[in-house]
Design a protein around this ligand. Structure first.
Ligand code: PLP
Length: 396
């Protein structure tokens, strides 16, 4: 098909015209159960009436002024995020990459204030932090970096979850560690319990900033407001985007302690960042998450889904691992399984495969029990059929 859109995406052959809760409806009037939520964005599902009404109401009042002026809704959103996270202040932007860009700039400035000329940030293997040049350089995936060299070369990369590797670093120019509490694009990987606390202790001792990329795992997805809350720690910096606006573009870089005073007037900015429309959407998203107890719901649903998958796929030799935290679930197969997404699509189910061989499920937090059962049955059936079809030794 000829398209006037730059071909940067390998798109599935379907377009949606409207959505309702966990369901999306296509131009040809088929319906699909959405188990990916626009990649961890629509945590409240589609067309949530409270969010839709708030957006419409705000659009009729005021969409944009400028960060040249005070923005009450931005103040209110910052206060709300501070209350939930324990951090101290927030900078608003429009995406995850921009939120991480702000964090990385903050780390550089922190380094310069300490007299370090070439500040180094430690990042993780298999991480994903965005597509701007700085965040792409921080990302641990050579495939997405290829063709964009020279990358920013002020990063040191270590294996994710390996505290000893981190402890062995002794470059005096290190100023920060940036990591995801649960890696999303890297294959839905959570580190062993205790790792985040160990990183916290080490970074504190060495006066490195602990910066957490919660763009995918934040905002309730893992069964806590933020991924770091699974351990009793407080980072210096945390980035958010995706689910913060349930689809209205908004990102945030939050900071606490020393980090909260680094980015001062004139040092960073964004034309759209934190405008009244985006902040009103995000405030309403948080209000609904709280009123409907959806963060706890994500924890309960996630546990149940993991148990269903472990039972339904037990004994399947091609299933290597079933893991997850809350409603961030990965089912790893023993070989690439990207084709599963089109098999699922043909059956009216939207899933995704990440890191080549991990089926990733990020269903909306408003999923009903019935929808959860439909989803689990469909995924178990799909994987069972897919792995049987491609079983080694099977006659074609
Ligand atoms: N950080 C993480 C952990 C992500 O998963 C993503 C996107 O998938 C990003 C950053 C980049 O976010 P955006 O696409 O909004 O720039």
């Amino acid at each position: 098909m000829n398209s006037s859109v730059m071909p940067t995406y390998a798109r599935m052959p379907v377009s949606f015209v409207y959505g309702q809760g966990a369901w999306l409806f296509s131009t040809d009037e088929r319906r699909f159960l959405d188990a990916i939520s626009g990649i961890a964005v629509c945590n409240l599902g589609h067309a949530h009436p409270k969010v839709a009404r708030a957006i419409a109401d705000q659009a009729l009042k005021l969409v944009h002024t400028s960060n040249l002026y005070g923005i009450e809704l931005q103040e209110k959103l910052a206060e709300t995020l501070i209350r939930l996270s324990g951090l101290e202040n927030a900078f608003f932007c429009n995406s995850g990459a921009e939120a991480n860009e702000a964090a990385l700039k903050l780390a550089r400035k922190y380094g310069h204030l300490k007299g370090i000329e070439r500040p180094i940030v430690v990042v993780m293997e298999q991480s994903f932090h965005g597509r701007t040049l700085f965040t792409l350089s921080a990302t641990g995936n050579p495939k997405v970096q290829e063709g964009f060299e020279p990358l920013v070369d002020t990063f040191i990369r270590v294996p994710y979850g390996d505290i000893e590797a981190l402890k062995q670093l002794n470059d005096p120019s290190i100023v920060a560690v940036l990591l995801e509490p649960v890696q999303g694009e890297g294959g839905v990987r959570a580190p062993e319990p205790g790792y985040l606390s160990a990183v916290r202790e080490l970074t504190q001792n060495r006066q490195w900033l602990m910066m957490l990329d919660e763009v995918q795992c934040g905002m309730g997805r893992t069964g806590r407001w933020f991924g770091f809350q699974h351990e009793n720690i407080q980072p210096d910096v945390m980035t958010l985007a995706k689910a913060l606006g349930n689809g209205v573009p908004i990102g945030a870089c939050l900071a606490g302690g020393l980090a909260a005073g680094i980015l001062t007037a004139g040092k960073h900015g964004s034309t759209f960042g934190g405008n009244p429309l985006a902040c009103r959407a995000a405030l309403t998203v948080i209000e609904v998450l709280e009123q409907e107890n959806l963060v706890q719901r994500a924890a309960v649903l996630g546990k149940e889904m993991l148990a269903r998958f472990r039972e339904g796929l037990a004994g399947n030799p091609r299933v290597v691992d079933i893991r997850g935290r809350g409603l961030m679930i990965g089912i790893e197969l023993d070989s690439p399984c990207g084709d599963l997404t089109s098999h699922a699509l043909a059956q009216g189910l939207l899933i995704n495969v990440t890191a080549d061989r991990t089926v990733r499920l990020l269903p909306p937090l408003i999923l009903s029990d019935d929808e959860m059962h439909v989803l689990c049955d469909a995924v178990i059936r799909l994987i069972t059929e897919f792995t049987a079809d491609f079983a080694p030794g099977r006659l074609s």
